[in-house]
Design a protein around this ligand. Sequence first.
Ligand code: GLU
Length: 464
Amino acid sequence: MTRRVRTRIAPSPTGFLHLGTARTALFSWAFARHHGGDFILRIEDTDVARSTQEAVDQIIAAMQWLELDYDEGPFYQMKRLDRYREVIAKMLAEGSAYRCYCTPEELDAMREAQRARGEKPRYDGRWRPESGKKLPEVPQHVPAVIRFRNPVDGDVTWNDMVKGPITISNRELDDLIISRPDGTPTYNFCVVVDDWDMQISHVIRGDDHVNNTPRQINILRALGADLPEYGHVPMILGPDGDKLSKRHGAVSVMQYEESGYLPEAMINYLARLGWSHGDDELFGREQLVAWFDGHHLARSPAQWDAAKLNWVNAHVMKGMPDEALARGVVRQFALRGVGLSADERLQRMCAVFKDRCATLAELADWLGMYFVDVKPRDEDVAAHVTAAVRPALQSLRDRLAAIDWDKGTIAAAMKETLATHGLKMPQLAPALRVLVCGRAQTPSIDAVLELFPRDMVLSRLQDV
Ligand code: GLU
């Protein structure tokens, strides 16, 4: 590869960062990092009516959360309008663009006539300058649009990094509007000027943009620009085979943060949606960068699989230091309005419960027993806190009030209680769990109890 690798992600700030865009960002980032190149963030905010600063902030927050660090940007298209106008002026001067004065009514009539003749509706080139052609008289009071003078013959061909060779005939493409009547440049045009100015070497994006690519290539050629390579990644599908959308659950990256997923897990999972490295399923960021050379991108769409994401997340959680888990749990409790600190006790709680959880939110659900009131379900109380067990619970409570508060001594007090009352652990432990922890199953009860303040345990056993 001779050209310096420069990739970009170019979200439109009309909403949060969608999982599909995050995956494209990840691929673009990993590809740039693999080649020691640059990754650029560009905000495509020319849809002024729908773009918001809040969306920009959210996009940047999501990129930071995923640690997709960019080397340049964010660049904003709305700050580059002068540059687009400059390029348009140059194209007009050189003849690769021209003014078109068709009114909307004329265009409608044109399309209707084409349909009536059984033709595909397209701009008929009536304002396109040709040598020897007499153009219509410029009408009064009709603001002009500016159209790109697309080649009429030949094909546009590119070797897509994902889909392989793609060829589109120029006859399929009409003369695209690059500047609207009010002088604002259009989307396809801005992308071209940006990719050119930013010296983008590889455009990796969703395959909903395949139809734009031949138009963009033609404009780049007219400008004498080097062409980037293109890679169009198939959409992510929901479990029902439709394009992944809100209907299928959360599609905003930051909702996953709030739901207790870890950035390392998201990176790992998203990378595998549409890319593979042999049979490898679990890998870290550095490994991904080392492997991601632009090959093995899948041609067919990947399906979102929430269970698999949970599996990856659980794996990442298992490998995390308890201190980091505790920090994640603090964040989860903060979202629930409970203020905690990631102290040593919280870290020990994480160590005891983490194997049971796929997300930090689940871990916080478990640890709720230590920080908020528990409300055992009536059926659990009825099933486990039976008349036979109640006296034993009372005497255990008395013992617990007087012993050293550590796991070993708590276990010994339970054994003594069982012996005194002629009970077995599977009778006592579930009853204790229901009353103290609010659920009949937990990790080893002595380890769980040890982490409670003694008074909390005693008060939850008070009314047996
Ligand atoms: N702004 C476009 C989008 O959000 C991206 C265009 C591109 O990558 O070329 O879909």
